[in-house]
Design a protein around this ligand. Structure first.
Ligand code: HEM
Length: 458
């Protein structure tokens, strides 16, 4: 990619999004048709004011503006409606913490994401994906999103608690994530608390799911405290950690585990489900995916971390999926001091937003932005993408800690499925538009399994 900072200095434009409703501002548009709303914003400037209820927020609509925000995390700290709501759920874990504790927290978690570990997790993903492929039957209709959630729950739980998440607990995690993620999004865009205090079925589902998730994590931490066996997972890293500030307390351990469960499972599952959805509409990209899987995984063998260098097209399918449908599609920051952005003075306490979805659909960065073209990521073509235009994992020191894991996991899982199955849309079903919640992706994706090879009954 070209370096955002080497582009000639441009004259910034600052505007306001039209269509402000009394009280709600743009919250209704952001809730009802978020992707269209985001795509409409760059027409109003490089930095565009929107209203979330009574609060004004600024959307960074140009890659260089987003880049400035992300590269100066002390001025543009984690905060604003998204992170204020997330904090209520995740506590003060790595995703939500402010800059003053970030470095310490990142050091604490980083060992679980080093290269040797990623290779192990990729191997595990290969085995789990292969087992999933064996469960499916020719002609069967499967909910691909649910299947990918099951897969990424198993991989993430291995990262966090090695084998401590048995089938029953893994099912609890999956059941809880859906209402939590949906409830969180509504709470992020609706700027008042009052509607969430009413005991409606949706509010009760959200609160019950949260309580169950909390109890599950607390139970695992308590079990581990009684268990003398040596474990090689993130929970063991946290329990053994000590630094200048002393070992993390039970609350911090809980916050980190809930944080990683919420960030690791749903994002990667949404990426995989979106990839299958997009492939069903793009037969040429799908044909090349199958061809590559056949060449690399001869005899339908289980893919492994060592196969990644030869799964170039598969990897580009994942990258292009992350561009077209970034699971993390919108984020907020808050200014900690007076600053200037796109030539506009911002006082401390100003809410600034950036949206990977908006930036990834800018035709100035990606010609024909809605088209799914994995070859955009061939090295010679990727070099022309402006710096800061492709941000599926963000940038700067708050960049996703799980990026390498997520890409390895998604690439291996996609190759494993491609070696066995072609997933087809049911003939009667019209493709549903992607529905964003806290993450973006198909909430349920029904597809028919078509075998690519004669299936042996086992
Ligand atoms: C395709 C999958 C994934 C996507 C698209 C994704 C995306 C992101 C993005 C955009 C951020 C930055 C948020 C911001 O700017 O406020 C982030 C942060 C983070 N992600 Fe991911 N993520 C993925 C997978 C994972 C996985 C597998 C894990 C761990 C198991 C993980 C853990 C985290 C954590 C802990 C942070 C906070 C990092 C920090 O502030 O230092 N993510 N992710």
């Amino acid at each position: 990619m070209t370096d955002a900072m080497t582009e000639p200095q441009r004259v910034w434009t600052v505007g306001t999004a039209p269509g402000i409703f009394p009280f709600a501002g743009h919250a209704i548009a952001l809730f009802r048709r978020p992707l269209d709303f985001l795509n409409s914003l760059p027409a109003h400037g490089d930095l565009v004011a929107i209203r979330l209820g009574p609060v004004r927020a600024w959307m960074a609509c140009h890659p260089q503006v987003a880049h400035q925000v992300l590269m100066d995390p002390h001025t543009f700290d984690k905060g604003g409606p998204l992170f204020d709501r997330l904090r209520a759920l995740m506590g003060n874990g790595l995703v939500t913490c402010r800059q003053d504790t970030h470095r310490r927290q990142r050091r604490l978690l980083q060992p679980a994401f080093r290269a040797a570990r990623i290779a192990e997790y990729a191997r595990l993903t290969g085995r789990e994906a292969q087992a999933l492929c064996r469960e499916w039957r020719p002609g069967q209709q499967v909910d691909v999103t649910a299947a990918m959630m099951a897969l990424t729950t198993r991989v993430t739980s291995a990262v966090l608690f090695s084998g401590s998440l048995d089938a029953e607990r893994a099912a609890t995690v999956r059941e809880c994530l859906e209402p939590v993620v949906r409830g969180l999004f509504v709470r992020t865009v609706v700027p008042f608390d009052a509607p969430f205090r009413v005991p409606t079925p949706a509010n009760r589902r959200y609160r019950d799911a949260l309580a169950r998730l909390d109890a599950l994590v607390a139970g695992i931490i308590a079990e581990r405290a009684r268990d003398a066996t040596r474990h090689d997972d993130l929970l063991a890293v946290l329990l053994a950690a000590t630094d200048g500030a002393g070992p993390p307390g039970e609350r911090e351990i809980r916050d980190q585990l809930v944080t990683l469960l919420l960030t690791g499972v749903e994002t990667t599952a949404m990426c995989l489900a979106s990839a299958f959805d997009l492939l069903a509409e793009n037969p040429e990209a799908e044909r090349r995916l199958h061809h590559e899987a056949d060449e690399v995984l001869t005899g339908h063998r289980t893919p492994d971390h060592d196969d990644l260098p030869r799964l170039g097209h598969t990897r580009r399918v994942i990258t292009e999926t992350l561009r077209v449908r970034p699971p993390g599609w919108i984020f907020t920051r808050i200014t900690t001091r007076a600053t200037e952005l796109a030539g506009r003075r911002l006082p401390p306490g100003t809410i600034v937003l950036y949206s990977p979805y908006l930036l990834h659909h800018d035709p100035a960065s990606f010609p024909d932005p809605d088209a799914f073209l994995p070859d955009r990521w061939l090295p010679e073509r990727a070099a022309g993408v402006p710096g800061g235009a492709m941000l599926p994992f963000s940038a700067g020191n708050r960049k996703c800690v799980g990026d390498t894991l997520a890409v390895a996991e998604a690439t291996v899982a996609l190759a494993a499925v491609a070696a066995h199955w072609r997933l087809r849309r049911p003939p009667t079903r019209r493709p549903a538009p992607p529905r964003p919640a806290v993450t973006l992706g198909p909430r349920s994706l029904q597809m028919i399994c078509e075998p690519r090879w004669p299936v042996r009954e086992s």
